[in-house]
Design a protein around this ligand. Sequence first.
Ligand code: ADP
Length: 331
Amino acid sequence: MENQIKTIIKAFFPEEKIDGISLLNGRLVVTLKGSEQDSVPPQLKEQLSALDGIKKVSIVFTAKKKPQGLNPQQDEKWVVPGVKKIIAVASGKGGVGKSTTAVNLALALSALGQKTALFDADIYGPSIPTMLGYEGVGALSYDGKTFEPFEYLGIKSMSIGTLIQKDVPLIWRGAKACGAIQQLLTDVNWGEIDIMVIDMPPGTGDIQITLSQKLNLDGSVIVSTPQDIALIDAVKGVNMFRRVHIPILGIVENMSYYICPNCGTRADIFGHAGAQAAAAELGVPFLGEIPLHIDIRTTSDQGTPIVYSAPQSPHSQAYKEIAAKVIAELK
Ligand code: ADP
């Protein structure tokens, strides 16, 4: 009987796929290796059921079917070769200075002796190539399979902007965006990196959550401006990382106060210390405050952010203090 059953199965599946056959009281259970639950031909069941003495046929597979979500390989983590720690710089909404903070934080980490990489995952407005001065330069590949990272201002980097045209609005669905980001992260010869900073897309949607989970982030930094509305968004950011169990290294208050470039007078135009209060309320560290200053914007626009071009300035010192706290928290 068993041979008869095997012959029928072998007409549909190779023999090595058969994991077990059990027949008890007319009940036949065939176990097959794999996970192709959907691909059992109905004829197989029909032919087995037609055998003498068989009342019920079940065909089961040894591996569970993979869930179909945003990314089919839900459980598989992405491996970024050579990178020891990965942190994300995120914000609840756009325009709060997330990318400016990410680039200056990366340069500050590098100034403090960390081998640093910066990855630009901001699919809605990749600005790292402009800020590091490689806008319009194509990514290099020696073997046609892996990319060489860009090496500018002492840090290695890669940007989703190398795949998309500037000023062309990009509407990528989650899986496509994640697939592109995955390739640019994992198929790059990073070399040895102590800390990689990821400039996340703004907001707290599916893409951000998927990235956080796939990358097994070591921590997150949330950037906020002092206005109430931005802080509400920052709270969303904190909650997102909490939901996926990513440690929150702290909140940075950007555009915290205004220093007049002519007279040096300080003005708290958006209010002040809101992020500090929010951090205390949320029970997360407050990492520091960065003023609204024209030099921070112009140096970034020119491709030489302030931490690189004016390392002794008070603004650069502020970024370095934040970087030192990040290093301490990652230990
Ligand atoms: P996000 O990544 O949150 O969208 P960006 O980093 O692109 O924001 O910053 C938005 C704009 O604000 C940019 O023009 C940038 O140069 C400017 N900016 C960011 N932070 C500061 C700051 N502390 N002082 C002055 N300008 C800033």
